[in-house]
Ligand binder design. Structure first.
Ligand SMILES: [Fe+2]
Length: 198
């Protein structure tokens, strides 16, 4: 059974019924129904690491909703699960998310569009945020760090399917593609992290 069966309660818990501006990926790649990923397979490869880049700020606030303080842009949820290579959910895993605003700018003075949270007992996490904009040299992406309790930190990035810049981005990795669905008014971008802990 897939670990990616996002329940209606999970999604409502993120306030997805609120809707907001819609962003839609390339129609050919858009998913319209859940579930979002193939079933978990024992021994799946761990989620690949990627460069942190120059804009990480430590000690972000703990929160699920990053759309605060005048943040503007098309809304999206970023949800998913954290599990180990034997398909066991990892509760209490830290997820620290940061990304640029709709104009491609990072807040390097404060914590706009930065925040962290911990997975629940099912390994589930969920952020409310906006779709990152574009800046020169990169395709559209989120930055995120994921750490099981007492485990190593996975630093990586997440990408949007159907994004024109994916082909020319030097570090793009299709293993880090988000799944996009539209279960309610707005998009839900989701990803299942597999940590190397056996
Ligand atoms: Fe970036």
């Amino acid at each position: 059974m897939s670990r990616f069966d996002l329940s209606r309660r999970d999604l409502l818990g993120l306030g997805l019924a609120a809707g907001g501006g819609l962003w839609r990926p390339h129609p050919a790649r858009a998913e319209t129904t859940l579930p979002l990923t193939p079933a978990c397979r024992d021994g799946d490869e761990p989620t690949p690491a990627q460069t942190e880049g120059p804009y990480f700020t430590p000690d972000s606030p703990e929160r699920t909703d990053l759309v605060v303080d005048g943040v503007d842009g098309p809304r999206t949820a970023l949800t998913g699960f954290v599990r180990d290579r034997t398909c066991r959910p990892i509760a209490g895993a830290l997820l620290d998310l940061w990304h640029c605003d709709a104009d491609g700018r990072y807040d390097n003075q404060g914590f706009r569009l930065r925040g962290h949270q911990f997975t629940d007992e099912k390994g589930f996490f969920g952020f409310q945020t906006i779709v990152p904009g574009l800046y020169p040299g990169r395709t559209r992406h989120f930055h995120i760090k994921v750490q099981a309790p007492g485990g190593d930190i996975l630093t990586t990035q997440l990408y949007f399917p159907g994004e024109p810049g994916n082909k020319s981005d030097r570090i793009f990795d299709e293993a880090l593609l988000l799944h996009i669905a539209f279960p309610f008014a707005g998009p839900v971008a989701s990803f299942e992290f597999v940590l190397g802990r056996a």
